[in-house]
Design a protein around this ligand. Structure first.
Ligand code: HEM
Length: 426
């Protein structure tokens, strides 16, 4: 017999805690973990009784062992904005879509992106010292991420078509604002002005995408055209998803955390070691994603009554895993709040699968390998070419976690060129 979930879901509408959660998801979970003395508890989110999962064990059971019971929500906001895509599909259709799409992000397709990625890094990252002023790193990395996704997925390259890149990037931002304004305007999402502007932006983006799919045969667009997909609109819907502002923001989130975490004199030794030893850089990047996962987590719906982490979860309950809290589960991560790359060659060696920044199990992120190639390229470039420090040295680095994690006040950083003979590359 499984136990009753600690906490309560309150009454419909009045008992809803969505706003409290959106305002500060980390404190929301911390308070309840302490109150219930449990890393799994019940509350009400999006007006649905929802189990919150904040332990490594619970996350693994939810996303891996019981992925057939706890399924994606087809009525998720993502469907409103992006149409029917893999993200909100279940069962056999999801399996087939994953099989098709994954081929674009692995093997030869992944290898063929490397030259483009290093070209974009080279071009964008030389700019970091050009103005002579401290850089807002989050904006700089978001620009880099945007160039990456639009060049890779849509054949729109900054050096060839700067205006088109700018136009698409602005449309993606408008589209994105609709997505994030929707939960705030929970009561009347379809009437909010942000939402209708977002839908207009989506239509314009879809016109551009369809035109590309009709006329271009090279690159990612060409590969996508030749994939077996369930219907004629699937390629366009997925391109809309892949070029969404969400991805550059997530990349910028991780790169900002990396840069801030390794800044100044305190970060100098870690920067030096990470440059000397690529395995150590891997550990640094694991620790960056552990402490500052770009997305707060993901949601599922219980397809039937089921035990989860020792508790009874009734059919139709929501379940949400909170990556920030899972990554600080003290049962697995000792000194959970400390930045300790060494843990990944010591006590936590081989436990990368206990992280969930990219989800886990059969519905984990299909872009994780590509993201890793990109992150390593950027970080290696930075380490080889620059030393950097926060400028001004004292800044408020308090994080916000939604919609994508980053310091609330965007940090500014000064980069100085390393003497190449001292940089460890010789
Ligand atoms: C820093 C970058 C990224 C992060 C942090 C990230 C994170 C995630 C997470 C947490 C999930 C699982 C969501 C869940 O459990 O509900 C996911 C799924 C997914 N990601 Fe990513 N992602 C990133 C980059 C990318 C890229 C570059 C692509 C491809 C263009 C991509 C495509 C997808 C897709 C299609 C899914 C859905 C898979 C499925 O439902 O089966 N992601 N991602």
């Amino acid at each position: 017999m499984s136990a009753k979930l600690p906490g309560n879901a309150g009454v419909s509408v009045l008992g809803d805690k969505s706003l409290e959660f959106y305002r500060d998801p980390v404190s929301f979970c911390r308070r309840r973990i302490e109150k219930h003395r449990s890393r799994v508890f019940l509350s009400r989110l999006l007006n649905r009784p929802t189990a919150f999962i904040c332990s490594v064990k619970g996350m693994r059971e939810l996303l891996c062992e019981k992925s057939n019971v706890f399924v994606k929500d087809p009525t998720d906001l993502m469907t409103n904005m992006y149409g029917d895509t893999i993200v909100t599909t279940n069962g056999e259709e999801a399996c087939l879509l994953r099989l098709s799409l994954s081929s674009l992000f692995t093997g030869p397709c992944l290898e063929s992106t490397r030259d483009y990625i290093s070209g974009v890094c080279e071009r964008c990252l030389t700019e970091l010292t050009r103005s002579g002023q401290p850089e807002c790193v989050y904006s700089a990395f978001k620009g880099l991420g945007t160039e990456l996704v639009l060049g890779l997925f849509l054949n729109v390259r900054a050096e060839e078509q700067p205006e088109l890149l700018q136009e698409i990037s602005q449309l993606c931002t408008l589209h994105w604002h609709g997505l994030i304004s929707a939960p705030v305007n929970l009561k009347v999402p379809l009437w909010s002005s942000g939402f209708s502007t977002a839908l207009e932006a989506r239509d314009k983006l879809m016109d551009i995408i369809k035109n590309k799919l009709e006329n271009e045969t090279h690159g990612f667009v060409g590969s996508l055209r030749s994939l077996p997909l369930p219907d004629s609109s699937a390629a366009a819907q997925h391109l809309l998803l892949f070029i969404s502002a969400l991805i550059p923001k997530a990349l910028a989130s991780l790169l900002t955390s990396f840069t801030v975490g390794l800044s100044g004199n305190e970060g100098a030794e870690i920067r030096h070691q990470a440059l000397e030893d690529p395995d150590y850089l891997d550990r640094v990047l694991l620790e960056v994603q552990r402490l500052w996962p770009p997305f707060i987590g993901g949601r599922r719906i219980a397809d039937q009554d089921s035990p989860l982490a020792g508790f009874h979860v009734p059919k139709d309950y929501g379940v949400i895993y909170i990556s920030h809290s899972v990554h600080r589960d003290p049962e697995v991560f000792q000194q959970p709040d400390s930045f300790l790359p060494e843990r990944w060659s010591g006590r936590n060696a081989g436990q990368e699968h206990f992280l969930c920044s990219f989800g886990s199990g059969p519905r984990s992120c299909i872009g994780a390998k590509l993201t890793n190639v990109f992150l390593k390229e950027v970080c290696t470039y930075l380490l080889q070419h620059y030393a950097w420090h926060l400028d001004p040295p004292s800044q408020d680095l308090e994080y916000k976690w939604l919609p994508v994690s980053r310091p609330t006040n965007p940090p500014t950083v000064s980069f100085s060129c390393l003497d190449q003979t001292d940089s460890g590359t010789s």
